[in-house]
Design a protein around this ligand. Structure first.
Ligand code: GSH
Length: 239
């Protein structure tokens, strides 16, 4: 039996981690009934790609939730998307890229740049470090993330444009979901799990930010995210 350690950011908003890619990975592992040890590590610089999450699989360090899931699919023989038609897989892949490459920027902007997000960052820093240090650390993190988002282009827009762009992603997901249980119908796909990782922290965080507020105002979206949250493996249900 392989030994798997999963390095994630701290728990937040009643979730096992506030990191969207780590939350996606943990949920995928739970659905697959794969045993792991969660290790809280808030310094993403310690990871092989200097990004969170990463895993140690029998001592080998592997970065990036997509690469990790791909690898673990082979190691554990659990493929959440097995049997889906290629055209469906293509559609789901496009949604996943939108969530992880675009909606993620808006997530970061709302948490680290939006005036209502920043106090949360300060509060988290205060729970981890003494006051003067915490204030400096929070300012540094927010500044660094702001610079990254500016380099990627999104933070060059007005606040209301960024909000509109993020809400447009969420609306596209909402339309694709319709009245189905999951994006591909009756069974969860990797894209449902990816969306859960990105959107459930927003649905749960106490701060009022535009895209998070939109998600919170949509009961069908919240029901879907909670449905994914409650998914466990058939193995653990039988135990
Ligand atoms: N494609 C990566 C994305 C990982 C990622 O962007 N992680 C963010 C946190 S959500 C991070 O570590 N940010 C810290 C930094 O950039 O310094 C994955 O799927 O794991």
């Amino acid at each position: 039996m392989s030994q798997l350690r999963v390095f994630t950011f701290f728990p937040a908003f009643g979730l096992p981690t506030g990191g969207p890619f780590a939350l996606k990975l943990l949920k995928w592992l739970d659905i697959g009934g794969i045993d792991y040890e969660q290790v809280i590590e808030n310094d993403s610089g310690k990871g092989p790609n200097k990004k969170n999450p990463w895993v140690e699989l029998d001592g080998e360090r592997i970065p990036d939730s997509e690469i990790i899931i791909d690898r673990l699919t082979h190691v554990y023989g659990f493929d959440i998307d097995a049997g889906l038609e290629p055209s469906e897989l293509g559609r789901l892949h496009a949604f996943r890229r939108m969530i992880e490459e675009h909606l993620h920027m808006v997530f970061e902007w709302e948490m680290f740049v939006h005036p209502n997000g920043r106090p949360f960052v300060v509060e988290v820093a205060r729970s981890m470090a003494p006051r003067p240090l915490a204030g400096m650390a929070a300012t540094m993190v927010c500044r660094q993330l702001g610079k990254q988002l500016h380099a990627r282009g999104i933070a060059r827009h007005d606040d209301n444009v960024i909000a509109r762009k993020g809400i447009a992603d969420v609306v596209a997901i909402e339309v694709a979901l319709g009245d189905k249980a999951y994006l591909a119908g009756e069974r969860p796909s990797l894209t449902d799990v990816s969306a859960y990782g990105m959107m459930q922290p927003m649905a749960r965080w106490p701060m009022s930010t535009p895209v998070a507020d939109y998600i919170k105002s949509r009961p069908l979206l919240c029901d879907w995210l909670n449905r994914i949250e409650n998914l466990t493996s058939e193995k653990s249900e039988a135990a």
